[in-house]
Design a protein around this ligand. Structure first.
Ligand code: RFL
Ligand code: PHB
Length: 391
């Protein structure tokens, strides 16, 4: 099999890239190790930045998001027994965020690709990428027990943090930066009406908690936990008790409860690889960078990467020029490092680190007080949260 761009991974990065390339008249093949059902039901992100929303709209895959998603014009910070609203729209000249689940974005993109005759091979596991220093790199993959190969002009490594693409860049040619946090997030989906019109990021002595939403019937809730903790040790009653303790019944507010439909623990991590390109292999999304979920940036970074990549590939296939391709890594890294900074800061602002002394905890409160009382400080939060412009 031969194609122009071979894409490993059908997450938001791989699918959106394939869609954007199609709009530029460029052919691609997407290889995905999991089944369609699996990728369309895995619960992950929920917050889309204004720029991501605009991109989905502009490229014809935003209709269901517009119908079923919810635009939020603000977020809340809760600490010291009070709730403070950050007016995202007012502080950013009209920009907002959209609550729309990642797996719904995936469904919309899969459908758009298949309707346009695009090729997505499910249950096709990439096992190796070869020839990236030459003009015809190859992706070796396994499907139905057979070893197969796609030959292409370029390979896009969109296979997430645990994929195979990153390792195809020789060790001597890449630098990796990592920070592990001593906490994870316990996430649940519950069939209960939203407790709040807008997200609540809560800083509490017992640890961070987050109230988010998926639909008028479903809430998405998280609380900081030990990353090594075992879900099995958390009965529904214990989960609710912890959520209530951290959110408190501030100003008469109450967390609504319902049956817990899904639960799971994820570790928080910051990770970067530099550069994001080697020869004809380009990494995008979580394959290149991981941010702690507190800033809600991961999916949005993936979308920004593939927009930059699609433009660069379009220029190459149109004119043979490699200028934009050559700049791809530097352009994306600039944005990704800014998102790293913001995500780390949001995490430090709201989480309880057991190794922090009492002085550091008081500083955390002082920073939250400043943030919620200064327009300049609130604006810095708001402009990062809704997303910096894509270069
Ligand atoms: P993905 O989504 O991991 O997709 C990679 C795909 O590649 C496949 N794959 C392979 N396919 C073929 N061969 C191989 N060898 C393969 N190895 C892997 C995988 O099966 C998968 O389908 O990466 P991508 O596309 O870069 O997208 C990144 C986002 O998924 C991620 O950044 C976000 O989910 C992060 N994130 C959030 N991002 C936001 O922008 N806003 C949020 O509100 C937000 N909330 C979150 C999050 C992530 C979370 N978790 C679960 C870590 C909340 C949570 C709890
Ligand atoms: C989510 O709704 O899943 C969500 C919201 C905000 C975050 C992370 C995840 O910061």
């Amino acid at each position: 099999m031969r194609t122009q761009v071979g894409i490993v991974g059908a997450g938001p990065a791989g699918l959106l890239l394939s869609h954007l390339l199609h709009l530029e008249g460029i052919a691609s093949v997407v290889l995905e190790s999991r089944s369609r059902e699996e990728i369309e039901s895995t619960i992950r992100a929920g917050v889309l930045e204004q720029g991501t929303v605009d991109l989905l709209d502009r490229t014809g895959v935003g209709a269901r998001m517009r119908r079923e998603g919810a635009i939020h014009h603000g977020i809340n910070l809760r600490f010291a027994g009070r709730t403070h609203r950050i007016d995202l729209r007012g502080l950013t000249g009209g920009r907002s965020i959209m609550l729309y689940a990642q797996h719904e974005v995936i469904k919309d993109l899969v459908q758009a690709r298949l309707l346009a005759g695009g090729e997505i091979q499910f249950e096709a596991e990439g096992v190796g990428i070869e020839g990236i220093d030459g003009r015809s790199p190859r992706i070796r993959y396994r499907k139905d027990g057979q070893e197969l190969e796609v030959t292409c002009d370029f390979v896009a490594g969109c296979d997430g943090f645990h994929g195979v693409s990153r390792a195809a860049i020789p060790g001597a040619a890449r630098s990796e930066y990592q920070h592990l946090y001593p906490f994870g997030w316990f996430g649940i989906l519950t069939r209960a009406p939203p407790s709040s019109d807008e997200l609540i990021y809560a800083r509490h002595e017992r640890g961070f908690a987050l109230v988010s939403t998926r639909s008028p019937q479903i809430q998405r809730l998280y609380f900081q936990c030990d990353p090594q903790d075992d879900e099995a040790g958390w009965s529904d009653a214990r989960i609710w008790e912890e959520m209530h303790a951290r959110l408190e019944n501030v100003e008469g507010w109450r967390l609504s409860e319902g049956p817990i439909l899904q639960k799971g623990i994820v570790a928080l991590r910051s990770f970067m690889v530099e550069p994001m390109q080697h020869g004809r292999l380009f990494l995008a999304g979580d394959a290149a960078h991981i941010v702690p979920a507190t800033g809600a940036k991961g999916l949005n970074l993936a979308a920004a990467d593939v927009l930059v990549l699609s433009r660069a590939l379009a220029e190459f296939f149109r004119s043979g020029k490699t200028e934009l391709l050559d700049r791809y890594s530097a352009t994306c890294l600039r944005r990704a490092w800014r998102a790293q900074r913001f995500s780390r800061w949001m995490t430090a602002l709201t989480h309880r680190d057991q190794t922090d002394d009492a002085f550091t905890r008081q500083l955390q409160l002082a920073e939250l007080e400043y943030l919620t009382s200064s327009r300049a400080a609130s604006t810095a939060l708001a402009e990062n949260y809704v997303g910096l412009p894509i270069e």
